[in-house]
Every structure is written in C-alpha cells, then in structure tokens.
Write a protein that binds this ligand. Sequence first.
Ligand code: PLP
Length: 392
Amino acid sequence: MIPSVLPTYSRAPLSFVKGEGSWLFEADGRRFLDLGAGIAVNALGHAHPKLIEALTTQANALWHVSNLYQIPQQQKLADMLVDLTFADTVFFTNSGTESCELAVKMARKYWYEKGAPERVEIITFEGSFHGRSSAGIAAAGSEKMTKGFGPLLPGFKHLPWNDHDALNAAINGQTAAIMIEPVQGEGGIRPLPDQCLKGLRDLCDEHGILLILDEVQCGVGRTGKLFAHEWAGIEPDIMMVAKGIGGGFPLGAVLATENAASGMTAGTHGSTYGGNPLGCAVGCAVLETIAKPDFLSDVSRRAGTLRQSLEGLIAQHPNVFESVRGVGLMLGLKCKAANVDVVNAGYANEVITVPAADNVIRLLPALNITNEDIAEAIKRLSAAAKQIEQTS
Ligand SMILES: *Cc1c(COP(=O)(O)O)cnc(C)c1O
C-alpha cells in the first residue's frame, strides 16, 4: 500500500522536534550537530531570535494579502536586494524551481520583445540542478530527473562541464541565454573557477546573450560574499535565489537588470504566495543580518577554520575521505568510501551531512556556526570515519 506521504524520498529514520543554532533535537532526546542546514536553507541556524521576532511580529499583524495590493515588506526586501546587488528589479517566488521558471520565461520574453522570437534556447551544463518543475528538469536534463516525464520542455542545450569548444560551438542564432550555478550543489560541490565565470560573461557580451546564474544554493552569504559571482568580479543579467534567503521560511526570488526584465510587463507573470508579508518580513531579517560586511568576513573566517580541520580529518582517514572542495561554507568532501555510508555513519554519530553526486558529502552548516561546534563536528565526523574503517 502506498504510504500516505508520497514516497518520492527515501528518508532517514530521524524525526526532529526542535532546533537551536547548529543543533537538532530528535524526538528520542538525541542531539545532532547539523551540517546540512536543511540543504543550505537555515542560513542563520535554527530558531534565530531575530527571525523568530520578525516572523511572530508579522504573524500577529497580517499573514497574507494578494499581490493585487502593495506589500510593504516585499517592497522593503526588493529595495534592499536592489541596493546590495547588480539587480534593478526583483520578483519573489516560494522556491528555487519557481525562480528557474521565471528566469526561463524572462529570457525568452526578452528576445521576443527585441524582435528575435527564434532565440529561445538556453545553454545549461552537465551535473547542474535547477529544481523539479518541468522547466527545472528540462534545464538540468539528466536522465535521473527527466526519465518518464516526457515530453520535456524544449529549448535547452546541455553541455559538458568545462568544455570551451563545445560551448563556442553551441552558441548560434537561437541562443537566448546561458544558465549556470557558480558552484554546483547537487552536482557534488563543483565550483566554477572565477576565470571561467568571467569568460562566460565575456562570451555572453560578445554574442549579446543573457547570463543567468542559479545562486539558489551558493547565494546569500554561503561562499563568504553575499552572492558567489562577486568573487569573479562579474554581474549576471538574471539571478535565481531561494534557500538561504528565507532562513527556513519558503522564499525565493529572481533578480534582474532593467534590460533583462524589460519584457516582463503587467500581466506577464504572477504568484499567489510569492512575496507574501510573512516570507518577506523574515527575508528582510535574514538579509539585514547576512549582508553586513562583518558577518560575511566571519563566514570566510569560519570557512577557513572548517576547511583546515577537514584537511586534517582527511589526513587521518585517507581510506574514507579523499579531498575537500568548495567555497566558503559550501564544502564537499569527496569520499573513498560510499558517500551514503559516510552520511549514515554520521547519523550514527549524531552529525548530519548531505550526500551529493560524484560520491561527495556536502557540508552546508549554518553561516553562524561557532568555532566550538566546528571542533565538535570534526570529532563526530572522525568517529563516523572510524566506524567505517572498522566495518570495512
Ligand atoms: C535547491 C536548488 C534548486 C531548487 O530549489 P527548490 O526550492 O527545491 O525548488 C534550484 N537550483 C539549485 C542550484 C538548488 O540548489
């Protein structure tokens, strides 16, 4: 008999009832160190007082109004994002895949309005992840995500990661945009080198096409900059955001330049919940905290500590771990043992990590994880590795 919850996830036998900072509490009383943060969502950890205050204050005043009316919290969050980034305008969604939907629509509408309706094609890359909507799976293109769900949304061209010749050959009179994650998340924490991101920007400029960055996982302070592309000193035309921006409240956004967004006039897109008062009140509190230069330099400092400790961990357990990669607090441990075994051994030692492609486990802790918790994380990961060494 089919479970009452549609069985699209194979779930760990863990059931958390409370969170506090970088800790999750199981119903049976056990305390887990959370290095997954709900897959880069709980950017400020669990139960951050400022977010609780923002949410409860707004909950006492007004939960929902339609986008048919002005929403001051939404206006405030949009103004903050415009001030802090390349963007001139923002549309709010409830998730990453909805941000992907709009990014695709916006790029196509841009060309339609420019009198080039044949430019519909979006170039994407192997190993990418853009969510589970029809556009999201068509954009990523992997068999794992698309098999059985045809006919797929047409107009995506999938290229190998890191193949300049294939990229140059792929651009033609039908190309609308290039869409890429500056640091692949699900794909196994694969950072795009800064010079490649610069190269992509140049290529887009040369051909007049749009650069869409998916910063759903790597954005909002995760890499030690507010957005990951800042490391390369470039700006996209369109950017997808979600996960960390809501700190645990479902919230996403599409940021764009005035030019890229020029086709999106009244009536061309909408969302019932996107940008609702609750989500935006929390989003403002998240952004006010994370966008502070001191906070971001602290992320880099913590990331340095964690990364150095992980190098030590790898040296101690060369049969379990191979290498560490990533940027800031978006780190991947490439494993020699099976990554799912490492994640499970982590559960047994009360530390939470997240598997990714390429036999990697992801460490995406709260951006405000303490030094003490980092030290404890390494202890627990080491205990997990020992357990694997003993059973293999
Ligand atoms: C998680 C993720 C998405 C999809 O976000 P949802 O909120 O699950 O729809 C899209 N792109 C990237 C890079 C992601 O990590």
